[in-house]
Design a protein around this ligand. Structure first.
Ligand SMILES: [Zn+2]
Length: 312
């Protein structure tokens, strides 16, 4: 992004904050004209889909220009269906001023809240594992046309929004990075999002928001606004029935390896869906032990998404 454009974006953010007072913040630029695109029907657990539609009704009522589009659950044991508002996928748009894009790069941050785990991992341990996972994708051949750039967390800023719709936090400033790894959250949050049993079955989930009804670059995909990744702190909590499945570093089953889950979840952030099993893949929806290197099917998926970047 040119300096002048960045400056204008910053001015707009300041203007929005000033004009909104204590109201919820909107995106940096909310004036992009809408383009009507046609999509199929949503898919997934009807109860989860209903929650996502209710969230979107709230966002619309507040005049905000983003909508939740998809949520993908990574589970241990029995899987859970992904929930998608539309059957059509979504794509990041290069140089997208609406999300304060860093040119043709994709940015991520690791929220400095909720970085430790009940299983005893330090913030540095979980952060290093997630950074390693991001480096793996960044160095992958399929992503050679895009750089994944880490942004620092700005101390004291709430970087997440999905939690706010379930009463677990406020509606934060989502635009500081495209992808936010939001850290480890309580069982009740996963129960609220995924439904009964979600709290002890869901290791982590990725949730993606898109801009309302727009296709700014004419690629026939809805335009991704932001992605958030939440990890479940139930696992390894000494007081919980998942105490026997602790989060760890390079840990074998029945432990849960942070880097493996980070690689899977940020695969969603980079717009991969689930594959199989079979075949084996980082993007299998059910956890199967440490996997630190993408499989051929993962590579094929990434190629499909990123080979033409930054052109539609
Ligand atoms: Zn997944």
């Amino acid at each position: 992004m040119k300096i002048s454009a960045l400056f204008i974006s910053l001015l707009l953010i300041v203007a929005v904050i000033i004009s909104c007072g204590k109201e919820q913040p909107t995106s940096p630029q909310a004036t992009t004209p809408e383009v009507t695109t046609s999509f199929g029907q949503g898919t997934g657990d009807p109860a989860v889909l209903a929650k996502l539609h209710a969230i979107n009704d709230q966002l619309e009522a507040q005049g905000l220009d983003i909508r939740v589009e998809a949520i993908e659950f990574f589970t241990i044991g029995g899987g859970r269906p992904s929930a998608r508002i539309h059957q059509q996928p979504f794509r990041w748009v290069p140089n997208d001023g609406r999300r304060a894009a860093q040119g043709e790069d994709i940015t991520y941050l690791i929220d400095d809240e909720n970085e430790t785990t009940a299983s005893g991992l330090s913030a540095a341990q979980t952060r290093n594992a997630i950074n390693t996972a991001m480096d793996t994708w960044n160095n992958d051949k399929a992503l050679k046309k895009v750089d994944l750039v880490k942004r620092p967390t700005a101390g004291g800023i709430d970087h997440t929004i999905f939690d706010s719709f379930f009463g677990f936090g406020g509606y934060g400033e989502w635009w500081h990075a495209d992808i936010v790894n939001a850290g480890w959250w309580p069982r009740a949050y996963f129960e609220a999002v995924g439904g009964p049993g979600g709290g002890r079955g869901i290791l982590a989930f990725s949730v993606t928001f898109t801009f309302t009804g727009t296709d700014a670059n004419g690629d026939n995909y809805s335009d991704t606004a932001l992605n958030e990744v939440y990890y479940n702190d139930t696992f390894g909590d000494p007081g919980d029935d998942r105490a026997g499945n602790p989060w760890g570093i390079d840990i074998a089953l029945p432990g849960i390896d942070v880097e493996t889950v980070g690689l899977h979840e940020n695969g969603h952030s980079l717009e991969l869906g689930h594959f199989g099993p079979p075949p084996d893949a980082v993007m299998n929806p059910v956890y199967a032990g440490p996997r630190h290197t993408p499989f051929p099917i993962d590579q094929a998926g990434m190629n499909a998404v990123w080979s033409s970047w930054p052109n539609p």
